[in-house]
Design a protein around this ligand. Structure first.
Ligand SMILES: Nc1ncnc2c1ncn2[C@@H]1O[C@H](COP(=O)(O)OP(=O)(O)OP(=O)(O)O)[C@@H](O)[C@H]1O
Ligand SMILES: [Mg+2]
Length: 246
């Protein structure tokens, strides 16, 4: 398996209850996984543990054969090859779109950097917006810049925390369709957190439902809903042509 989490344990200091309790799951390369659960169920904490922003109390996690943590190992967040898009996009307001995306890139020649910026802006359909500043963009466009910035260094895994919560309903639907296409086209493995069932059903290959830090259910949207795969409300169908980018 591409990503493997086993018996993950975590409790915030002074918390009477376990925040993440014996969490185990595995993800295939290129899968889009949704973590679905109520407010306070531990979704953001789980993403922070995967990203390396919190230190687990127990368990193990490997990504593409590399140990991220286990008894003796804790790989620092910047060495994990994991991209993260936060709820509020966290774009730098004083930097143009181009500079925001450039910021995430590792050391490489200027020519290669500019090429990569063009590639990811094309992927999120923002070619021509390079010189704009975040305040000159709509919420959905800012969301796509945040995604482009996270995808620019070609992370092994991308984590998204409630990526649609700041958008109005129409835009939410549009962006989630865009997001699935962008992720599938780039063959990026992704885990996104939401408390919205419709987002999870429309976007994810598989859903992990969590309750009080524990896994409640895991399954494909159609399995959890008890319908055939073509009957998912709002499901984003991707044609072969779209996948290969023609
Ligand atoms: N820094 C912290 N210190 C102590 N407790 C925390 C801290 N951050 C979160 N918690 C608690 O841990 C639990 C899980 O929080 P988490 O942020 O992971 O939930 P969530 O599922 O992301 O919720 P939401 O949907 O509201 O964002 C909650 O009970 C929360 O109060
Ligand atoms: Mg949260």
């Amino acid at each position: 398996m591409f990503m493997n989490i086993k018996n993950l344990q975590f409790t915030y200091p002074k918390s009477p209850l376990k925040t993440v309790d014996d969490f185990s799951f595995a993800v295939e390369k290129g899968e889009v996984i949704s973590i679905l659960g109520r407010s306070g169920s531990g979704k953001s904490t789980l993403l922070r543990l995967i990203a390396g922003l919190e230190m687990p109390l127990g368990g193990s996690f490997t990504l593409n054969g590399k140990k991220m943590f286990c008894d003796q190992t804790f790989l620092q967040p910047e060495k994990r090859g994991i991209g993260m898009v936060f709820q509020d996009y966290a774009l730098f307001p004083h930097m143009s779109v181009e500079d925001n995306v450039l910021f995430g890139l590792p050391k490489m020649s200027k020519k290669d950097k500019n090429k990569r910026v063009q590639e990811v802006l094309e992927l999120v359909e923002l070619t021509g917006f390079e010189k704009r500043y975040p305040h000159q963009l709509s919420g959905g466009q800012q969301q796509r810049v945040a995604l482009a910035r996270a995808m620019a260094p070609e992370p092994e895994l991308i984590l998204l925390d409630e990526p649609f919560s700041n958008l109005d309903t129409d835009l939410q639907v549009k962006i989630r369709e865009d997001l699935r296409r962008i992720l599938k086209k780039a063959k990026t493995t992704a885990i996104f957190v939401t408390h919205n069932q419709n987002d999870a059903h429309a976007l994810a290959d598989r859903i992990v439902k969590i309750k009080d830090g524990k896994i409640d259910k895991i399954g494909r949207p159609c399995d959890l809903l008890g319908v055939s795969p073509t009957e998912i409300p709002g499901m984003v169908e991707i044609t072969y042509e779209e996948l290969i980018g023609v």
